[in-house]
Design a protein around this ligand. Structure first.
Ligand code: UDP
Ligand code: MG
Length: 320
């Protein structure tokens, strides 16, 4: 069997502080794997600059001059992590046999790549990087992150527990994945839908080597809601069930009200009336909001805008 060509896909947004540190670590791992005869020398590290405002792109260009294993593409503007990863994957699909997507901050254990490649050589087409422990995360981050996976699964978006976007995907799977044309991207929920043989590799999550997280709580909640509404219609079913439940209670309430009236036991009833109006008003607004989210997504999908636009490239001559 020919040695597989590996492309590491590394999204970078305003990472000038950490990139010079981790770029060397990625290169070390790549050369190690080449030396061990696990991947071909045509393997590359592909940085995807996601419209950074700092010196990230200059650093990437410098790296590609320095070593032929580095290449880079730049998005025409900031489009977010998911789109950056997609751009990198789609750009490398024709050039390689396997891709591994990994964040550029060194939080994901780079050494786990060897196990991923071994799994691939053992027949897996997708290998999920799963965090075994979260010791270095603060209690708050750990709690919110774990609630995130539980909420996603409870609402019908199936994701691999404690797996983010560190994963190996073969180009065979990527070619099928390219047919998933949606613009609302939630890669970790979409990849399992493609199928094929998959497995997991466990690793310990580290602290960021430098710079700051781009995923504060608000963005994480938005990602969870996005994931749920992209992958599942369960919230629509839940509000339907809620509507039926409230209708039944209202029906009983109405009978009670008429009966009380007939028996001449009516009271002023202001408080109960107000409560019911508020309750129903609230529920209706929530339901409208959920439905509105789905309609908004349909709106975005029918426009069918490009999911990424590559404006610049570096290190093309480095490509095998
Ligand atoms: N990232 C990106 N575009 C963005 C935000 C983040 O490409 O708009 C990249 C970032 O450079 C990093 C990865 O996505 O490589 C994960 O981001 P971060 O480490 O800030 O998130 P966290 O690990 O804290 O969830
Ligand atoms: Mg990070």
């Amino acid at each position: 069997m020919n040695l597989p060509v590996l492309y590491m896909v590394v999204p970078c947004y305003n990472e000038e502080q950490v990139l010079p540190i981790t770029a060397d670590l990625f290169l070390q791992e790549l050369t190690e794997l080449i030396k061990k005869g696990k991947i071909s020398d045509g393997s590359r590290i592909l940085f995807v600059n996601d419209g950074s405002r700092d010196k990230t792109w200059e650093i990437i260009c410098g790296l590609s001059e320095k070593d032929r294993h580095f290449t880079g593409i730049s998005q025409s503007r900031n489009r977010g992590h998911q789109n950056a990863v997609l751009a990198g994957l789609m750009d490398s699909v024709e050039k390689c046999d396997i891709t591994i997507s990994i964040d550029c901050d060194g939080q994901d254990d780079i050494a786990a790549m060897e196990k991923m490649v071994d799994e691939y050589r053992g027949g897996s087409e997708i290998v999920y990087g799963v965090r075994a422990r979260r010791d270095t995360d603060t209690f708050f981050k750990k709690f919110t992150a774990e609630s995130f996976y539980k909420l996603l699964n409870a609402l019908g978006a199936e994701v691999v527990y404690n797996h983010a976007d560190y994963r190996l995907i073969s180009s065979k799977v990527l070619k099928e994945f390219a047919e998933f044309k949606e613009v609302n991207l939630f890669l970790r929920g979409m990849v399992p839908l493609v199928g094929f043989k998959s497995s997991s590799v466990y690793y310990d999550r580290q602290e960021r080597m430098a710079g700051e997280s781009h995923y504060p709580l608000g963005k994480m909640a938005a990602l969870a809601f996005d994931g749920i509404t992209s992958l599942s219609v369960r919230p629509l079913r839940m509000i339907t069930a809620l509507g039926i439940f409230v209708s039944v209670i209202s029906f009983v309430g109405a009978i009670w009200a008429v009966a009380s009236q007939l028996m001449g036991k009516t009271v002023t009833g202001w408080a109960s009336m107000t409560c019911i109006i508020c309750f129903l008003g609230g529920i209706q607004l929530v339901c409208l909001g959920v439905m509105g989210t789905y309609i908004g997504k349909i709106y975005m999908e029918v426009k069918h805008r490009p999911r990424y636009i590559i404006s610049e490239r570096t290190g093309e001559r480095n490509e095998a």
